[in-house]
Design a protein around this ligand. Sequence first.
Ligand code: C2E
Ligand code: MG
Ligand code: MG
Ligand code: MG
Length: 289
Amino acid sequence: LKSKNCYHIFDPVHDRSLKGRHERIERLQQALADNEFILYYQPKVHLRTGELIGVEALIRWLHPEKGLLPPAAFLPDIDNHDLDIELGQWVITSALKQLSAWQSIGLNIRVSVNISAQQLQDSRFSKQLHQLLTAHPTANPANFELEILESSALQDLQQVSKTMKICSQMGVKFALDDFGTGYSSLTYLKYLPVEVLKIDRTFVNGMLSNSEDMAIIKAVLGLAKAFQRDIVAEGVETPEQGVSLLQLGCEIAQGYGIARPMPATEIHSWSKNWQPPAVWVNSSTGAEG
Ligand code: C2E
Ligand code: MG
Ligand code: MG
Ligand code: MG
């Protein structure tokens, strides 16, 4: 407290982590310029018929030394950074290209991408989406879906809702991702124009062993019905989970038990070859039969 200089406390740990982040962001910027990102696609299917309904685009970094890296390894670094917006633009662009490529071979599926809260709340979002849709006229916006992480903190719901309505008028659909895990599930459901709820995989994972998880799944299905929203169950890993979901009236699902995320080039042959387990085909439908 002898001089003002006392306030310049050097914190080596903090300094190192900040510097580390800065360097990692520069490396990620380079990766974007060098085309090292790639989208994998995970099928969403109709449980009973096995029909491929759509795919979710999931970003990967094909790192020249470290190999294929999952989003958790690099997305946190660009949180609240402009690169999040730039990378998001890249994701939308490549998904739209892929959507029109699939359409051109007669594969009529829905493609969804994940968007961050930062992206959705950026004032340029709807304008940029419009530009990208215009630049890819052969990609049908009605088959394009945007998944919003339900746990993301949306600051101004009125503004977000307005943005979403503008985007909906362009034909795109919105889904609430990981539904039920955030603090604001019901508020988001009430105020945001979403057409799809994605039940978080933690509930699906526990539904057959934990009565609370089962109760949550039933409640979410009830909400979806009351609000006339579509439902997708995430994280279906076993045939038994699929049977149980079908019995509850949930017909669309994705998960490792159906398919892992895969390169775009594999989707078409996967969809031709995949058969749902016999227990799904034969299971009776619907909670109220
Ligand atoms: P998400 O949107 O909820 O995507 C589902 C995640 O669960 C994916 O992980 C997928 O590989 C994984 N998964 C699917 N089925 C199963 C299953 O049966 N069991 C288990 N244990 N996991 C399953 P991934 O690809 O690592 O992505 C993680 C998260 O990163 C995504 O969660 C999403 O929130 C975010 N993310 C992925 N791609 C993007 C992107 O392009 N942009 C943004 N902003 N976020 C992305
Ligand atoms: Mg998602
Ligand atoms: Mg999810
Ligand atoms: Mg998730």
